[in-house]
Design a binder for this molecule. Structure first.
Ligand SMILES: *Cc1c(COP(=O)(O)O)cnc(C)c1O
Length: 210
């Protein structure tokens, strides 16, 4: 689908003002350039290393790019990630938050932060459990970090609306306005349930190779 088609579908779902993140992980460079040439400037990657090898050159060639980290972040990659990404959607442990706080203090700035919630309570998936989100949000705020919102990746086999609704409730009761939810197959549902950031990969770029 072209960028314009996605934007039309977003509008039709009531998504005016929702931020579209183009998730470019594993995509060939010519597809990424094609989307940049259509005017897209918000991109997401799920690995720090891959982003670091791909984006510095593109950021020189195109102005105004914002990069979002949507995959797991190891503590030893925080410094590199903070030099590259304007937002991190995968804050999921206090050790990671402490590391981010230390480096933010040094840098005098901090990326926009989303706490990842494991709404499906899947053992193999990262994210804070719903029952722990109030306490965790409080701990992150106590470090002086600004929390923009919550992020989730619903289980593949469940109705995503239930997870988006849960995420919206958890955010509301913690006074958080950002909701990073919705991917290629379910972004319209996410928009209807209040998404502020949707993360679209394959619908925009085509199937990931490999
Ligand atoms: C890959 C990925 C996406 C995009 O998935 P598509 O189904 O290709 O749109 C969104 N969010 C995260 C966290 C991802 O890793």
């Amino acid at each position: 689908m072209s960028l314009v088609e996605i934007q039309n579908r977003m509008r039709a779902a009531g998504g005016r003002g929702v931020r579209l993140l183009a998730i470019s992980k594993l995509q060939p460079l010519e597809r990424v350039r094609a989307v940049l040439d259509q005017g897209q400037r918000d991109f997401g990657e799920n690995r720090v290393q891959e982003a670091a090898s791909k984006w510095p050159d593109l950021m020189t060639a195109y102005t105004g790019i914002s990069l979002h980290l949507v995959g797991p972040l190891q503590s030893n990659k925080v410094r590199q990630a903070m030099g590259l990404f304007s937002s991190i959607h995968s804050v999921d442990r206090i050790k990671l938050a402490r590391r981010i706080a230390d480096i933010a203090q040094e840098m005098g700035s901090c990326p926009e932060l989303f706490i990842q919630v494991n709404t499906g309570e899947e053992p193999q998936k990262s994210g804070v459990l719903p029952a722990q989100i109030d306490e965790f949000t409080g701990e992150v705020r106590a470090l002086g970090l600004p929390v923009a919102g919550l992020m989730c990746i619903p289980p593949l086999t469940e109705e995503p609306a239930l997870h988006f609704g849960l995420l919206a409730n958890l955010a509301r009761r913690n006074g958080l306005t950002g909701l990073s939810m919705g991917m290629s197959g379910d972004f319209e549902t996410a928009i209807r349930l209040g998404a502020t950031h949707i993360r679209i990969g394959s619908a925009l770029f085509g199937a990931r190779p490999g």
